[in-house]
Design a protein around this ligand. Structure first.
Ligand SMILES: [Zn+2]
Length: 109
């Protein structure tokens, strides 16, 4: 009988250590959410229930590659980038040419 009590006490001690460790590390991982496509709550839950190691893997795997995109309009002829959509290139407009601008997604770092 004493062995069962001892075992339970031992188990509870291990559990508490792990829980504290998981809790602390889960918070640390969740605080890094700004670099991830997941939000901090998602990262915290993954870390807390699946271990902080899994949370860390998720954080790295879902890392944002770029900060944001900007749409620009490129003229295929003069290779000039316009920030506003003019539909046709103004450089050739006066010469009578109508060069259609192509929408390009530019990555801002
Ligand atoms: Zn042009």
């Amino acid at each position: 009988m004493i062995f069962i009590v001892y075992f339970l006490e031992y188990f509870r001690l291990i559990y508490n250590v792990f829980r504290k460790l998981f809790y602390k590390n889960s918070f640390a991982i969740a605080s890094q959410a700004k670099n991830s496509r997941l939000n901090s709550a998602q990262l915290f839950l993954i870390s807390f229930f699946l271990s902080p190691l899994v949370g860390l893997i998720f954080m790295i795997k879902t890392k944002k590659r770029f900060s944001y995109y900007v749409y620009q309009y490129k003229c295929p002829r003069c290779k000039y980038y316009f920030t506003e959509n003019y539909k046709i290139c103004s450089h050739y407009e006066k010469d009578g040419y109508k060069i259609e601008l192509k929408e390009v997604k530019k990555i801002m770092t």
